[in-house]
Design a binder for this molecule. Structure first.
Ligand code: CP
Length: 327
C-alpha cells in the first residue's frame, strides 16, 4: 500500500495531535477503535509489514521509563513502514542542560512527521506540541493522560464484550497519580460505560465525582456486580511521603485476590495496564489466570491501537497538506 490521498471530509479523526481522550467524540473514538481492530489481524499474520507510512519519520522521545508503550509504538511505526528513531535521553544533550522546548525545536528542524512523547510533568507534552510542526502523540504526561492506554483498554473490552455501553467498570488503586485512570474515565464515560473508582481516601483526587464516576473506599462494595475490574499500580515514584500504612496493609484492603473478586460478576474481566506489582495491588496467581485476566491481550491490543493512531494522524497531516496546496 502507498501513502493515501483523502479529503478532509472522509477522515474520522481530524486532529493534528493526540494529546488526550478528554474532548474526543464517540465517533472519533469509534473510528480509532475500528481502525485498530483491523490492525489486530495484520499483527497476527506472518507478514506484518505495510507501506502506509513509507517515507514518514517517527521519533520516540521518552523522558520516563517504558516497556510496553515505547516498544509497541516502535513496532507499530515499523509495521506501517515508517523510519523510527528512539532517542536515548541518557545520551542526549538534555543531560547537558538543554531544555524540553529546545530539544523539541531541534528535533522539529529535522522534519519528523510524528513525535511520540512521554514526560513526568502533566502538561509538558501539550506545551511541546505548540512548538513543533509535526504531529505529537502523548505517550503519558505525569498524572494527566495516557490516551493510547485507554484506547487499547477499550479495544480489549470491546473485543471481549462487544460494546462498552452499559458495562460497569471498576478502576481500583492509586487513582490519584494515574494518567491511565484519567484517560479511561474520559473514554469509558464517553462511550456510555458506568465507572466506579475504588481507593483509600489518600489515593483518590478530591471531587473525583465531577468526572462522572462513583467513588468507593471498600473493595467488596465497589466491586459488586462489576463487569470489568481494572487494577492500577501504586506509583511510589510520584509519591512524596506515605500514602498507605504499608504494602502489606494495602494488599489486605485494596489488593485484588480471589476473595474480593467474588463481589464482581462471575465472568468479570481483570485488567492491568502494567507494569504490575505482584502481591501489592494484585494477587500473582490471579494476574496469570487465563480465564479471568486479559492483561496479555491488553499488550497485544497496544500495538494495533498505536498503528491506528499513527495511521489516523498521518492521514490528517496529509489532508491538511493537500488542503494547503489547494489554497
Ligand atoms: N502501561 C504502560 O504505559 O506501560 P509502560 O510504562 O511499560 O509503557
Amino acid at each position: 500500500m502507498s501513502a493515501r490521498s483523502e479529503t478532509r471530509e472522509s477522515l474520522g479523526f481530524q486532529h493534528r495531535h493526540l494529546l488526550g481522550i478528554e474532548g474526543l467524540s464517540v465517533a472519533e473514538i469509534d473510528f480509532l477503535l475500528d481502525l485498530a481492530d483491523g490492525y489486530v489481524e495484520v499483527n497476527r499474520r506472518a507478514d506484518k509489514k505495510l507501506g502506509l507510512l513509507g517515507g514518514r519519520t517517527v521519533i520516540n522521545l521518552f523522558f520516563e521509563g517504558s516497556t510496553r508503550t515505547r516498544t509497541s509504538f516502535e513496532l507499530a511505526a515499523k509495521r506501517l513502514g515508517a523510519d523510527v528513531i528512539n532517542m536515548s535521553i541518557a545520551w542526549s544533550s538534555i543531560k547537558k542542560g538543554e531544555t524540553l522546548i529546545d530539544t523539541a525545536m531541534t528535533l522539529n528542524a529535522m522534519h519528523p512527521d510524528v513525535l511520540i512523547v512521554r514526560h513526568p510533568d502533566s502538561g509538558a507534552v501539550k506545551l511541546l506540541s505548540e512548538k513543533v510542526n509535526c504531529a505529537v502523540i502523548n505517550a503519558g504526561d505525569g498524572s494527566h493522560e495516557h490516551p493510547t492506554q485507554a484506547l487499547l483498554d477499550a479495544l480489549t473490552i470491546r473485543r471481549r464484550r462487544g460494546a462498552l455501553k452499559g458495562l460497569l467498570v471498576a478502576i481500583c488503586g492509586d487513582v490519584l497519580h494515574s494518567r491511565v485512570a484519567r484517560s479511561n474515565i474520559y473514554l469509558l464515560t464517553t462511550l456510555g460505560a458506568r465507572v466506579r473508582v475504588i481507593a483509600p481516601p489518600t489515593l483518590l483526587p478530591s471531587r473525583i465525582e465531577r468526572l462522572g464516576v462513583e467513588a468507593f473506599h471498600d473493595m467488596r462494595k465497589g466491586l459488586e456486580d462489576c463487569d470489568i475490574v481494572m487494577m492500577l499500580r501504586l506509583q511510589s515514584e510520584r509519591m512524596q511521603g506515605s500514602y498507605v500504612p504499608s504494602v502489606r496493609e494495602y494488599f489486605r484492603f485494596f489488593g485484588l485476590d480471589h476473595d474480593k473478586l467474588k463481589a464482581a460478576k462471575p465472568d468479570a474481566l481483570i485488567m492491568h495496564p502494567g507494569p504490575m506489582n505482584r502481591g501489592v495491588e494484585i494477587d500473582s496467581e490471579l494476574a496469570d489466570d487465563i480465564d479471568r485476566s486479559v492483561i496479555r491481550e491488553q499488550v497485544e491490543m497496544g500495538v494495533a491501537v498505536r498503528m491506528a493512531c499513527l495511521d489516523a494522524l498521518t492521514r490528517s497531516l496529509q489532508a491538511a497538506a493537500e488542503g494547503e496546496e489547494a489554497r
